[in-house]
Design a protein around this ligand. Structure first.
Ligand SMILES: C[S@@+](CC[C@H](N)C(=O)[O-])C[C@H]1O[C@@H](n2cnc3c(N)ncnc32)[C@H](O)[C@@H]1O
Length: 270
């Protein structure tokens, strides 16, 4: 599978927008949990890859936690320019090296083997930005024997929910992110999949879900990522605000309601 096709299927578009990066950097809980986990898991003198470095925040945390060298892989040149500025301000330019490119396109010899690979390529539902596939590919190419990955594992969690009509939106997709209230849940959440990072993951499995779209109708989907033995990040409804919401998959009734209202179907105006 050629990666130019994957780039569209995965989460690359939009990540060169200033506001997208700013929103992620404004997410205090996300940053705190990754910082804590890096402080626990980076050993002095480690070499680290930050896969999907954005503006370089996790590379900075890894260097501050004691890494000797961090290789920051980032697909968007615009992000690399900004990240280099931020790294220079912290006087870490000698420790952090940027590699421009999409990780799947880079070959084994593009980077040396490292002790730890960290990646925050998680989206609202956890796996569908491509993290499991990226980390499987990267660990085969660049992780030392006995090396570590962060996250360690990612779980996908779902629950049926009753979303107030006003929140369902007009003219948006059948499957979209929102920040749901816990009282909208109609059942106890279920973990439908826990995927260990670095385990085999074919590109077609990238969504990770064992459930079909039909089974997910009327459900909210979110994730829990284990970053270290004691540090987790979860975007469940009602938890402290994060830049991730939850993905809601409309029921067929809600989709037909849209159609009757002359709204849109999968984002296409009808
Ligand atoms: C969710 S953002 C996280 C950015 C940063 N690590 C942070 O925590 O703020 C993911 C970033 O990874 C980049 N990206 C996603 N997948 C990638 C891949 N396979 N190879 C290189 N860059 C990737 C995107 O362009 C984006 O800037």
């Amino acid at each position: 599978m050629k990666s130019h096709i994957l780039k569209h299927a995965y989460g690359i578009p939009g990540f060169d927008e200033k506001n997208t990066q700013k929103q992620m950097l404004g997410d205090r809980l996300r940053l705190k949990q990754f910082k804590n986990a890096l402080e626990q898991r980076v050993k002095p003198g480690d070499t680290v890859i930050d896969l999907g470095a954005g503006w370089g925040v996790l590379s900075i945390y890894a260097a501050q936690a004691g890494a000797k060298k961090v290789y920051a892989i980032e697909a968007h040149p615009k992000n690399i320019r900004k990240a280099k500025e931020l790294v220079a301000k912290r006087k870490l330019s000698a420790k952090i090296e940027f590699i421009e490119g999409f990780s799947l396109d880079l070959n084994d010899s593009a980077l040396p083997k490292v002790d730890l690979i960290v990646s925050e390529t998680l989206n609202h539902s956890g796996l569908s930005e491509g993290i499991a596939h990226y980390l499987y590919d990267a660990s085969g190419k660049w992780l030392k024997k006995g090396g570590r990955l962060m996250p360690i594992e990612v779980s996908v969690i779902t629950a049926r929910a009753n979303i107030p009509p006003i929140e369902l939106g007009i003219g948006i997709s059948n499957c979209f992110p929102l920040h749901a209230k816990p009282e909208w849940l109609l059942e106890d959440p279920k973990t439908v999949e826990t995927r260990t990072m670095g385990s085999p993951c074919h590109w077609a499995e990238v969504f990770g879900h064992t459930l079909t779209v039909d089974e997910l109708r009327g459900h909210l989907v979110w994730f829990r990522a284990k970053l270290s033995d004691t540090v987790f990040i979860e975007n469940k409804p009602g938890s402290k605000y994060t830049s991730w919401g939850q993905i809601y998959n409309k029921t067929t009734d809600e989709i037909f309601q849209d159609l009757r209202g002359g709204m849109s179907f999968n984002g296409i105006q009808i």
